[in-house]
Ligand binder design. Structure first.
Ligand SMILES: Nc1ncnc2c1ncn2[C@@H]1O[C@H](COP(=O)(O)OP(=O)(O)OP(=O)(O)O)[C@@H](O)[C@H]1O
Ligand SMILES: [Mg+2]
Length: 222
């Protein structure tokens, strides 16, 4: 399918005005690009992480509860993206495109019924977005987060952090550091051959540049 999946990270919800600006940008771009929005988890899955710590939940239950958190954020995003439509089945995507709507894909229906990925905190919305792309034969995924891309170390705590322009999934795996993307993502990218752009969603013009195939500030994982 000729379309781009944009996962809107939960990290962006900390900046309401910026998140609204990104959603407006996507809304305005819907007649030029075919975009499918996949929600991140953010605060809605942080609640599940806390409950998991307190009750030592089983992996399967935490996984499912976290995915339901993505649905919650998806509803929130659908309210901010004018002309969007909440969907939960693949066959609703084409119809949304035909009507120039932006489908916001709520993952729980598909993920809970098919359970295609490992049930662990190594699999978060990053991996789910890439997995859904492969199921839809989409080769380009944008992960919009609150940082410029992947740095050599966390830029919030490390003063000499350097932005990585592009990196193969194998190299990233070999770095073996806790970075911005979930642990399972590199394995999926190697398997599924998807191009994954980590872009700062606080700068909506960068997200549009990636949709346009232009160079901007990002990290490409290939
Ligand atoms: N090496 C690194 N390079 C860049 N960011 C890093 C790195 N290590 C840790 N981070 C942190 O990762 C955060 C972004 O990832 P996070 O999973 O929190 O956001 P998200 O994917 O947008 O949200 P969610 O997973 O809730 O949808 C950044 O705010 C940054 O502080
Ligand atoms: Mg994340």
């Amino acid at each position: 399918m000729d379309a781009t999946i944009i996962k809107i990270g939960g990290s962006l919800a900390v900046y309401p005005e910026k998140l609204k600006a990104l959603c407006t940008k996507l809304s305005n771009a819907s007649n030029r690009y075919r975009i499918i929005v996949v929600p991140g988890g953010g605060e809605f899955t942080d609640v599940v992480r806390d409950a998991d710590k307190r009750f030592r939940l089983s992996n399967g239950v935490s996984h499912r509860m976290a995915i339901l958190g993505m649905d919650q954020y998806g509803f929130l995003l659908s309210d901010l993206i004018g002309g969007s439509k909440v969907i939960n089945q693949f066959d609703q995507i084409q119809n949304a495109f035909d009507l120039h709507q932006i489908p916001v894909f709520l993952p729980s229906n598909f993920m809970l019924n098919n359970d295609p990925l490992e049930n662990s905190w190594d699999v978060t919305s990053d991996s789910i977005a890439v997995y859904l792309a492969s199921r839809l034969c989409i080769s380009k995924v944008v992960l919009a987060k609150d940082v410029e891309g992947i740095f050599t170390c966390d830029p919030k705590t490390c003063s000499d952090a350097q932005l990585i322009d592009q990196i193969s999934a194998k190299q990233l795996e070999a770095m073996n550091t806790r970075t911005i993307v979930d642990k399972h993502l590199t394995k999926l990218i190697v398997q599924l051959q998807i191009k994954c752009f980590i872009v700062n969603g606080l700068f909506p013009e960068r997200v549009e540049a990636v949709l346009n195939g232009q160079k901007t500030i990002y990290t490409l994982i290939y």
